[in-house]
Design a protein. Sequence first.
Length: 397
Amino acid sequence: MSKNLTNLIFYSFISSVSWAIYKVVFNLFLRDIGFGNDFIGQITSIEMVGSAIIGIIIGVLGDRFGKKRMLFITSLGFGLLLIARISFPIQSVLYTLSFFSGGFMTSRMLLLNSYIIDITEHSVRGKAFGFNFGLMMGSGVFGNFVGGFMGEFIGLRTTLFIAAFAYVLSIGLLSRIPESVGNKDRTIKEIFDISEFTPDQKEIVKYYFLRTFSISFGAGLFVNFGNLIFKDMFDMSPAMIGIALSIAQLGAATGSILSPKLGKKFGPFRYMRALSLVVVPLIISLGFVNNPYVFTTLYAFRFSFMNMTNPVGMNIVLSSMPKDKVTTINSIRNSLNFVSRAVAAIMFGIIVALPSGYTYLFLIASIFYFIGYLMLKKMFKPIQKGKILHELYGNNG
């Protein structure tokens, strides 16, 4: 890997560890100071709305003024917001802070992925995406594990402050990467103009967006509330919740790093199709399992299989687009992702309040994952007509 890519991934790893520690503890902290599932679902929804709105704005600014500059601004803003959310855990304040923290959080990921497209060639891009995504998942393994134990033994609030300050300090690593090329003369209309897209590119983008919306709604029903689900269903301690979530992250990290090789061996379409389909019965089974060890195992497989497809899918779709549209396409995709998750987050509090609420939650989620599987098949039809799969993976299957 190039020096620039290495420095970027190192920043990604350190900041992701800090965020993972914070994330595994924050909902438990809110529960501990008296907030219920309804409120937690509401501010999670507000985070998603912020992600949808601010993500597009920052994506456009990244294309115009440079991705490193916007990455530094959003990372610093996010770190300060993490500190503010612990310092002022007041209902009205948390509503406002959640909107901005959601937007800055997703913008970081958006800019990271777009920057990788800028500094890599087709031949190494799959490895770069897989390695970066794998390390981010791996940081979650460490972060969830450490965060759970820290929360239990030194206190939830103290753990959150340590994680937030560590995140802010990680931003210094961005000084080691150069600025990407921006274009200040491009208008907003030109950035969003897709008239230059071929019919196949338009078809790819359409089903990419539809698949994103469906999968995101299914995931939004439960993924952001994993710590609460383990607490409510099995009364796990913060340390045990951290271990359970770490197991899931470990599988996703390993699979993501191996995804370029697996995509080449089995063909990127066959690889993504198989994993996307097997996830559906795994989600259904979560609604009927009463044993915490079996539940953790199934949860880990679902998390691993679904996240293993992300580096391959994102690499293929973004590489199929005009290079000067990548950040914008990615920002719109992120916006759809978080709008869908925002609606689902509100539904979480409503559904789990019902008798056998978690069973209904997973059954509903499985329907949207299956729709996402159908959209995947349609998305790949125009992709398989071109050369991009051979260029990236040497396999058109």
